[in-house]
Design a binder for this molecule. Structure first.
Ligand SMILES: Cc1cc2nc3c(=O)[nH]c(=O)nc-3n(C[C@H](O)[C@H](O)[C@H](O)COP(=O)(O)O)c2cc1C
Length: 334
């Protein structure tokens, strides 16, 4: 079995190793969501440190789906040049880079957007500040197209692909979760119906990416909340997402945010990812307080996950990948 520092090929994308920087918002974005020099300095430091793949933080696809001030945006063509500079700089430092597309749905705050939040149902979101407007089917079609447009812009900026944010209680996760989705039309009820909107978004986004470009999906595989998506139903959903055309599942969880973040157990979401991997054929990313190179290498060699994401440690120590290789006795040629 391959290890942490072996390459992996996913469709037309080859990663030099299996160490991933997961998406982490930093609030450096300009008022309109533009990327700037701070992003370049932040991300190229991690690329120089030897990480194989950088997943740029969540980026709003539409203004009412903006999470907070300083968030990056992809809702307008004028944002392409700033992102292209960032992508070129990261590529020059030897890492591949994709960007996470998000709409926070009912978790949005009027303070950030100036608008009423939208969601699958008129249900108070665990992290919401007011009741959302329940999206109509025509409004959903418009939103799916906006995700597609954001993917088109990402491709124009030179990103190697995109990741859809389907975790942490944001819009795609809200549709899948029986806690936030109480619809009685074809977008609610059964698992298939709750996946209908995410599937439409997947279709739109894939239509804007090249055939050989793998689509990543940050998947909330367990809501960890009474009345939410269970781990067992999450596995069924993972299989359906694979059938819908997702090429990589980046497994996380928690309807009210990545709720386990306070945990200090090594690899706290890895068992969740392992469960997902047992029902799909596509590669799976594991995350959650991964700090030991030996542990990251072992979970890949044992076939529990295909890639390991290291978040906060990479923020603290951009050179972690090189140090990890040295600790594992591996000589890197980059
Ligand atoms: C400051 C910060 C910002 C984050 N922003 C995002 C985000 O934009 N999208 C996302 O899917 N997860 C986000 N996360 C979750 C991380 O991707 C990751 O799953 C989490 O930090 C657990 O990994 P770690 O224990 O290695 O840090 C964020 C985490 C942190 C600490």
């Amino acid at each position: 079995m391959p290890g942490l520092f072996d390459p992996i090929q996913i469709k037309g994308l080859t990663l030099k190793n299996r160490l991933v920087m997961p998406p982490m918002a930093n609030g450096f974005g300009a008022e309109d969501g533009a990327a700037g020099d701070k992003h370049i300095a932040h991300y190229t430091a991690r690329a120089k440190g030897g990480v194989g793949l950088i997943i740029i933080e969540h980026t709003f696809v539409s203004k009412e789906g903006k999470a907070s001030k300083g968030q990056l945006g992809l809702d307008d063509d004028k944002l392409i040049p700033g992102l292209k500079k960032l992508v070129d700089a990261i590529h020059a430092d030897g890492a591949k880079v994709i960007i996470q597309l998000n709409h926070v749905g009912a978790a949005a705050s009027r303070l950030s957007t100036g608008m009423q939040p939208v969601g699958p149902s008129e249900i108070m979101h665990p992290k919401g500040s007011e009741l959302p407007h329940a999206l109509t089917a025509p409004e959903m079609k418009i939103l799916a197209v906006k995700f597609g447009e954001a993917a088109r812009r990402a491709a124009a900026a030179g990103f190697d692909s995109v990741e859809l944010h389907g975790a942490h209680g944001f819009l795609l996760c809200q549709f899948l979760s029986p806690y936030t989705n109480r619809r009685t039309d074809e977008y609610g009820g059964s698992l298939e119906n709750r996946l209908r909107f995410p599937t439409e978004v997947i279709r739109e986004v894939k239509s804007k990416l090249g055939k050989n470009v793998p689509l990543f999906y940050r998947f909330g595989a367990d809501d960890m909340r009474e009345g939410g998506l269970t781990r067992e139903e999450g596995k069924k959903a993972a299989h359906k997402l694979e059938q819908a055309g997702v090429d990589v599942l980046d497994v996380s969880g928690g309807l009210g945010g990545d709720g386990q973040r306070n945990q200090t157990e090594q690899g706290y979401y890895v068992p969740l990812a392992e469960g997902v991997k047992s029902v799909v054929k596509i590669p799976v990313i594991g995350v959650g307080h991964i700090t030991e190179p030996e542990y990251a290498d072992r979970i890949i060699r044992e076939g529990k996950v295909d890639m390991a994401a290291v978040g906060r440690l990479l923020l603290a120590n951009p050179d972690f990948p090189r140090q990890a290789a040295e600790k594992l006795g591996i000589k890197l040629e980059y």
